[in-house]
Design a protein around this ligand. Structure first.
Ligand code: AMP
Length: 284
């Protein structure tokens, strides 16, 4: 094992990873950045925060089959492994945990984590079983890589919230860090799925961030969420996108709010062609 950070270790086997994590934890703080690969500036910002805040950075790359629905893009999800490995080496990541599905699910999984109340809202309403798959794999990754801190993006607001709730309620000894969304120049949240967009779709996709900013402005002016939501949905539709939802919600319960109150999250998911994009803004 190379503890001297001369080159990045790549580990596939969960038991081997656990043994390494045990050893590292004796002297260092472990930071975990879970990803599905196809790395971009959003992932890189999480890795850079992990490097600042911890002593040994583990990045996992795992396209998790149990969080994809039968008609979703599990098979076609981008897997540019060589490029990803090079990015991680250049960033000075200490260890890449890169299991095969058979390593994490040697038998069909029968134990799952659910959060009653949150799992069927927003994305959960449309992507049945998605969060159950996400929470279950994150719990496994925590138990395998034994991090002191784990780093997630605000871009996936509902996911980050649910991971926080799971961590608290199941007493995982892991500090959850949620970091700001990294965006393209026109505001589009960077995502591994943006490569699916045609040039025309890519131009139109910037409406999502514009609609969030507009909603924020109106909310701060005191306009009622219900009318803001209707207007922003129309705006998005006019650009040719099909909104799954546009909500102004309580940041903790994700239930719709009827005013700004002590804070809200404006949250959107929409399809453009075959690609589904999500984004959000927290308003204080
Ligand atoms: P993924 O590989 O899409 O599962 O994402 C891995 C992690 O990166 C998750 O915690 C995401 O929320 C985070 N992430 C994805 N896109 C961005 C972005 N544009 N800015 C910040 N974090 C992001």
């Amino acid at each position: 094992m190379n503890d001297g950070a001369i080159s990045m270790e790549v580990i596939k086997n969960p038991s081997e990873m656990q043994a390494i994590a045990d050893k590292i934890r004796q002297t260092k703080r472990i930071g975990l950045v879970p990803t599905m690969g196809a790395l971009h500036k959003g992932h890189i910002s999480l890795i850079e925060s992990a490097k600042k805040e911890t002593d040994f950075v583990v990045v996992s790359i795992f396209v998790n089959p149990i969080q994809f629905g039968p008609t979703e893009d599990y098979k076609s999800y981008p897997r540019p492994y060589d490029e990803d490995q090079k990015i991680l080496e250049d960033l000075g990541v200490d260890l890449l945990f890169f299991p095969f599905a058979i390593d994490l699910y040697p038998n069909p999984q029968t134990t799952f984590i659910n959060i009653r109340g949150l799992e069927n809202l927003l994305c959960g309403k449309i992507r049945k079983r998605h969060f159950k798959g996400v929470l279950t794999v994150v719990a496994k990754l925590f138990n395998i890589t034994k991090p002191h801190s784990a780093f997630f993006g605000q871009k996936d607001y509902q996911q980050a919230l649910m991971i926080r709730v799971m961590t608290n309620e199941l007493n995982f000894d892991v500090r959850i860090r949620v970091l700001p969304t990294i965006r393209e120049e026109d505001g589009l949240a960077i995502s591994s799925r943006n490569i699916y967009l045609s040039d025309d779709e890519r131009r139109k996709a910037s409406i999502l961030y514009l609609s969030l900013k507009e909603a924020e402005k109106l909310l701060k002016k005191g306009e009622k969420p219900i009318s803001i939501v209707e207007r922003q949905k129309l705006l998005i539709e006019r650009e040719g996108l099909i909104p799954d939802y546009f909500e102004i919600a309580d940041p903790e319960t994700l239930k719709p709010v009827d005013g700004l109150g002590s804070g809200a999250v404006i949250i959107v998911a929409a399809k453009i062609g075959k690609t589904r994009l999500i984004d959000n803004l927290i308003v204080q």
